[in-house]
Write a protein that binds this ligand. Structure first.
Ligand code: AMP
Length: 215
């Protein structure tokens, strides 16, 4: 199963991607997560990307395609994968198709959420610094404030989840990434899912959108 999760920041790509990866037994590959880790470790990639990530701008296509080429070349991605946050431009989608060759993308699930919902969700979003579990203080809070239910790690907010940066990220999404809806529609692999409701309901709809390709 080769799956792409499409949708604006805060649409639930990470949350649903994680659950799907567990049930389908394929890796969840998030370019945002790889970049944040590189920034935290101060690697050359991290230093090159940090200004763009902080400002909510896209990192260069060639950089992100390099990350994906390396990651897809690893053994655990041989039988399938879920992409979260990639591709984000038509150049990246073309690059992905070239990398995959005969192996086509089976399904693209587009998580559809209004902009106001996203801004509201992201201001309450907290992540575990150790295992990456995602919480929302109003809809899915941790049992103990500031502590991860799963691993006991310390919860933190993302620097780019501040409302002004979220607005910049949404603009970038509309301009650069939204055209991918048509791109994958033309290839006949796109399914739209209403992702504004509660997580459980959205997850069922995502599973339905995968249909036979997940069997
Ligand atoms: P995300 O975690 O997917 O919201 O990504 C966080 C940030 O990482 C984005 O706002 C971009 O600055 C950068 N980023 C992640 N994925 C990509 C990508 N495919 N292309 C360009 N920049 C990306």
């Amino acid at each position: 199963m080769r799956l792409v999760l499409l949708g604006p920041p805060g649409s639930g790509k990470g949350t649903h991607g994680k659950r799907l990866a567990e049930s389908l037994r394929v890796p969840l590959i998030s370019t945002g997560e790889i970049l944040r880790q590189a920034i935290a470790e101060g690697t050359r990639l991290g230093l090159a990307a940090q200004e763009d990530v902080k400002a909510g701008r896209l990192v260069a296509d060639s950089t992100v395609l390099g990350i994906i080429e390396t990651r897809l070349g690893q053994k655990d991605a041989a039988s399938g994968f879920i992409l979260d946050g990639f591709p984000r431009t038509t150049a990246q989608a073309d690059g992905l198709a070239a990398l995959l060759g005969e192996r086509k993308i089976d399904r693209v699930v587009n998580l559809v959420v209004p902009a106001e919902t996203v801004v509201n969700r992201l201001k309450d979003r907290w992540l575990c610094g150790s295992c990456g579990a995602i919480y929302n203080l109003s809809t899915a809070p941790p049992r103990v404030a500031g502590t991860c239910d799963v691993c006991g790690g310390v919860l933190k907010q993302r620097a780019d989840d501040r409302p002004e940066t979220v607005r910049a990220r949404l603009e970038v999404y509309e301009r650069e990434t939204a055209p991918l809806v048509q791109y994958y529609e033309r290839l006949g692999v796109l399914r739209n899912v209403d992702a504004a409701g509660p997580a459980e309901k959205v997850f069922s709809a995502v599973q339905q959108a995968l249909g036979k390709v997940a069997a």
